[in-house]
Write a protein that binds this ligand. Structure first.
Ligand SMILES: Nc1ncnc2c1ncn2[C@@H]1O[C@H](COP(=O)(O)OP(=O)(O)OP(=O)(O)O)[C@@H](O)[C@H]1O
Ligand SMILES: [Mg+2]
Length: 305
């Protein structure tokens, strides 16, 4: 199954949440790969703590592969190459977790017939090799989004299940931008239809992920004044209404990841050690990521929204 991680704006939690979802599915036993299709800023390797390995893969990354300069894109075995001590100590039954990095020196590029062909070929091959392929796409209605919409519209890819996650923060601008990216005139659904996708099928495969959302019941917010608390509750309700009016209401939301102190400070995988032993991360974050990871393949969550 292909999971495309998109967002209209930058800084939405797309990479950090996406990497954590890949990690959690691998921990649960799936073979997972993470493709860094953020062509303008391919920095997902930092989240997996594999920066050295990524530097070694320079000129053999996804940019080089798609441009036809490398026959096969580099893959980094995260479990073997991560510098994160907890990640090297794997529980039995863990699945493979592999990162396909972009080239450090790569940039955005428009799809041509040739690189589109290589993209289709790669996605088809990986679909046979992995249970889950998570693709982190450049923000906005980017070349990366166009490329995978075109790739997945090809007849040879029809049998591969693809789902879209549209990430956004919990603010007016983010909610509006995410809804437009999904359903607006130049959005994912419209762009997909223009490339031959069936509108209803594509629409049914799009869900929103709200990330970095303040949980007003959490002790993190217990120090605010009653006036601030009342304002935050009103604003939270306003945002829910706005999301609903724009077609990004709760029935279209796959999950919400609360604002977490660790992720606020550092882009990383949250391990159970962070929750149970050092206790630097919130249990709610761990649980929300686990639930979201589960829902990626839970068909009940993907029935018509
Ligand atoms: N649940 C969260 N709580 C607090 N901070 C978060 C949360 N999720 C992500 N962040 C932080 O927000 C910032 C942006 O996240 P991330 O880099 O994943 O977003 P992105 O959408 O991939 O951005 P870009 O467009 O730059 O690639 C990071 O510093 C990250 O650690
Ligand atoms: Mg990112």
């Amino acid at each position: 199954m292909l999971i495309f991680a998109a967002s209209d704006k930058g800084g939405t939690g797309r990479s950090v949440t996406g990497a954590n979802l890949a990690y959690r599915r691998a921990l649960a036993g799936d073979h997972v790969c993470y493709l860094d299709f953020d062509f303008g800023s391919p920095t997902a390797a930092a989240v997996f703590d594999v920066l050295d390995a990524r530097a070694a893969a320079e000129d053999r990354g996804l940019h080089a592969y798609l441009a036809g300069e490398a026959g096969e894109p580099a893959r980094i075995d995260v479990w073997a190459r991560t510098e994160h001590p907890v990640l090297r100590d794997l529980p039995p039954g863990t699945g493979r977790l592999e990162l396909f990095p972009g080239d450090l020196s790569g940039g955005e590029f428009a799809a041509t017939g040739e690189n589109l062909h290589r993209c289709v070929d790669l996605l088809l091959r990986l679909d046979g090799e992995y249970d889950l392929i998570l693709v982190d796409l450049s923000a906005g209605r980017s070349y990366a989004v166009d490329m995978v919409l075109a790739a997945t519209a090809r007849p040879e890819m029809r049998a591969v299940v693809s789902r879209w996650l549209v990430f956004h923060r919990w603010t007016r601008q983010h909610v509006t931008a995410a809804a437009h990216l999904a359903f607006g005139p130049r959005g994912i659904v419209a762009g997909g239809v223009a490339r031959g996708h069936d509108e209803d099928a594509l629409r049914a495969g799009v869900r929103f992920v709200r990330s970095g959302v303040p949980d007003l019941e959490s002790p993190l917010w217990s120090q605010v004044t009653p006036t601030q608390s009342a304002w935050m509750r009103r604003t939270d309700e306003d945002l829910r209404q706005l999301a609903s009016v724009l077609g990004a209401g709760h029935r279209t939301v796959l999950g919400t990841v609360p604002l977490d102190p660790v992720l606020q400070w550092r882009e990383q995988l949250i391990t159970d050690e962070d929750v149970v032993v050092s206790q630097i991360a919130n249990r709610e974050t761990w649980e929300a990521l686990g639930e979201l990871a589960h829902r990626l393949t839970d068909d009940k969550c993907w029935e018509q929204a």
